[in-house]
Design a protein around this ligand. Sequence first.
Ligand code: NYM
Ligand code: MG
Length: 216
Amino acid sequence: GASTAGGRGALICFEGLDRSGKSTQAKRLFESLKKQGKVELWRFPDRQTPTGTLIKQYLENAENLDDRAVHLLYSANRWEKMQDMVKKMEAGTTILMDRYAYSGAAYTAAKNIPGASLAWCQASDAGLPAPDLTIFLKLSATAAASRKGYGEERYENTKFQEQVYQQYATLAQQDPSCWTTLPAEEDMTLLSDKIRELVDTTLDDVRQAALSARLP
Ligand code: NYM
Ligand code: MG
């Protein structure tokens, strides 16, 4: 069950290309879990914070920023919320993340900036709490491009998303234990059921486990 009485909350992340259904599934999971326990739904980038305001302008093409600078802003945007995140999980709240550090690494690495390897992209998030479960909603870049609302923001083009997909594949191989890949094209409610099952197992597992794992 989702009750976290006596234990810590879990960190559950949704990852995937733009339009893969992360926000929809995270919201559906949130609605189903909140009837049973303490749970919050977060998203990154958090566009409300000081760094988030700049990131928002960048994504809407209202501002141009150096690629490395914006990478570090995304990372800072997570660090800004780190203490709050840990405090809440220690108090038994499960946090659902609509994107997390893997987005940071995958999207910047996809830019192929000379000297900015995948390892460089991961370095600024090292030390953040590691997710207990990462759900990767797998969708091809071409399928994503045909979904509603696509193409409005920076990065929303098929060629770039194909690069992002490759980077996600590498990240998934690095940490197979906490990654689960699910087909994003599946029926929405069937997908929600599968996710809920995975999450229930994770919630049972973390009840005993200390909140000590950090991103490498
Ligand atoms: N994005 C998101 C990054 O490039 N780096 C990051 O660290 C994060 C968290 O922001 N196209 C990109 C991926 C998305 C864009 O996110 C906005 P969303 O979930 O589409 O609002
Ligand atoms: Mg988007």
